[in-house]
Design a binder for this molecule. Structure first.
Ligand SMILES: [Zn+2]
Ligand SMILES: [Zn+2]
Length: 294
């Protein structure tokens, strides 16, 4: 049995649907009928087409016989696994060539990326594997984090022992952490597109009505959202402004002091503010609203 087949069967045995990319990491070409179907725009459903290697990740399977047949059909290809709800996987893809290393250290500082099962990619990058949170999570670049892609619903990643087509180095499982861990709620939030102001945010503190504020949860979300959306150069001021706004919610009894500081701290980290900047903004904002910050 080849290493590729062994790895493919192991992954499938974990319930991860696998398929095989071409040697150049591109999907294998569709067969002629499927290619024509795609070109003519006929209502050919890639998900139910059933061909062994057509339609990229739609060919992924956990069936051992099919896995073996796919590997036999593309013996020198790259093994890949579908990410997303279908496999229960979310992969944080760190690309050092585009600033991923410094983004990763920011994420680690903010405790957004706990140690977990991971792969050292053939191009010097890192894939951090987490359990899919259950809610829809699109595959997309991580907002505000250069060089970090989220591979989730609708995505896939290359698995060991594939060989990178340019560096000729293998993808390898990391040896320091082997458990697939849950995504912290703050990581799920950080992976989402910037939410509309009125949408519910994950991990928000308990909100109480009253205190003369008619929509405290909307107000809080708007303050936090402003920080998340602030352009570089405006983030510190925006965080200070948000701290003042949130301080008024605390004064009105709509939110606990501790929760308020935690929410502002989290969003400050998301906006790439240092701990010192965050403390200064919160202390200043609370003080200017007549509330002690600590
Ligand atoms: Zn086909
Ligand atoms: Zn097809």
């Amino acid at each position: 049995m080849t290493d590729l087949l062994t790895a493919a069967l192991q992954a499938a045995g974990r319930g991860w649907p696998v398929f095989v990319l071409g040697r150049s990491k591109r999907p294998v070409a569709n067969c002629e009928p499927c290619r024509q179907a795609a070109e003519t725009g006929s209502d050919h459903d890639p998900a139910s087409c059933g061909h062994l290697t057509c339609h990229g990740f739609y060919a992924a399977t956990t069936d051992p016989d099919r896995v073996a047949a796919i590997v036999a059909a593309v013996p020198r290809g790259q093994l890949a696994v579908r990410s997303g709800a279908v496999s229960g996987l979310v992969v944080v893809d760190v690309d050092p060539a585009h600033g991923g290393d410094s983004s990763l250290s920011d994420l680690m500082t903010a405790r957004l990326v706990p140690r977990t099962l991971h792969v050292h990619t053939g191009s010097g990058g890192l894939h951090l594997y987490y359990r899919h949170p259950g809610q829809h999570l699109p595959s997309r670049p991580m907002p505000h984090r250069a060089g970090i892609d989220i591979k989730a619903d609708g995505g896939y990643v290359v698995l060991p022992p594939s060989i990178h087509h340019r560096t000729h180095r293998p993808y390898q499982w990391g040896t320091t952490a082997r458990d697939l861990v849950e995504m912290p709620p703050a990581l799920v939030t950080a992976c989402q597109p910037a939410p509309a102001v009125s949408s519910p945010l994950a991990g928000l503190p308990t909100i109480r009505q009253g205190g003369g504020i008619s929509h405290p949860s909307k107000l809080l979300a708007a303050h936090l959202d402003a920080v998340r959306r602030a352009p570089e150069g405006r983030r510190r001021n925006t965080l200070y402004g948000a701290a003042r706004g949130v301080a008024r919610l605390v004064a009105a009894g709509a939110i606990d002091h501790t929760d308020a500081v935690a929410a502002l701290t989290d969003v400050g980290h998301l906006a790439q503010q240092s701990d010192r900047e965050i403390r200064a903004a919160i202390t200043g904002g609370f003080r200017d609203e007549g509330i002690a910050a600590a």
